[in-house]
Ligand binder design. Sequence first.
Ligand SMILES: [Zn+2]
Length: 346
Amino acid sequence: MKRAPVAFLTDRIFLEHDTGSHPENARRMTATTDLLAASGILGRLRRIDARAATSDELALVHDARYVAALARAAAAGGGWADPDTRITSRSYDVAAHAVGGTLEALAAVLKGDAETAFCLVRPPGHHATPIQAMGFCLFNHIAIAAAAARRRHGVERVAVVDFDVHHGNGTQGAFYADPSVLYISTHQYPYYPGSGAATETGAGAGRGATINIPLPAGCGDDAYARVFDEIVAPALDRFQPGLMLVSAGFDAHFADELADERLSVDGYGALVARLIEAANRLCDGRLLLALEGGYDLVALPWCVRRTLELLLRDTPSPDPLGLPAHALAASELGPLIEEVRQRHAL
Ligand SMILES: [Zn+2]
């Protein structure tokens, strides 16, 4: 049987959230699409165009008053949502297109028009809460995709894996009491935004459906692979999702200056390969990844390229950045892994 194509969302509108010299800037998109174009990959993907999310779609996660306030702030010329988070006159429209495009990619995967999807979008989303922009994020595209999968497409259980180096407080909060959305995050801890302790496991009926893996700084490929094998994979197997979503932040790469984890392109690829395997094992391969962080303008494009090569089942191109000088041994994570496994009875 002929395989469905890999869907790829990007759009020139994502360049219009013009943040200047801010680390979350339009060059993240252009550097990535330049590398993908040079690699010959772009022509083999099923292109998805962005569209503006409707207010009903944004309301799947966000409070209508917050959505209206963001629209007003953009219309008034912009400003700062918090000391990190820039709003420009175009930001509302751009962020709404990141959500709408992600929902189009989601529909392609759930209808079988695409095997998997990668959404190259900005601004990122996982810090955005129902009522607040923060941490460079305006609308939470992955959380809205999870809610849409549940309520509009009838998927019973959705797993969200967040390997951005920062904890996705917005996504966690949106589903904290919801047993139908499993949220699993690996993140540097303690670090921005401060949440994501192992003790945060969900509330009420959602208890146990939030799994936080707070990593010390310095974790490299081996440590992350062990965490995925000993916590992420068994948690996904137990949950039996009908769809897997990934908050694909590439700021845990050792070259990224916004944090202190030490993954390589190969190491990120090994995590993505594990998620593809899990999706094949558990939910007919239904997998959508959307970009979150990743600020090094060489590492980010190579991480995205590697991810797409894996989705396309290509032989990966060699990692030009190699390995960091030093990373924590996987054995040093033993006590943390044991604690999280015990807490979640894995
Ligand atoms: Zn991040």
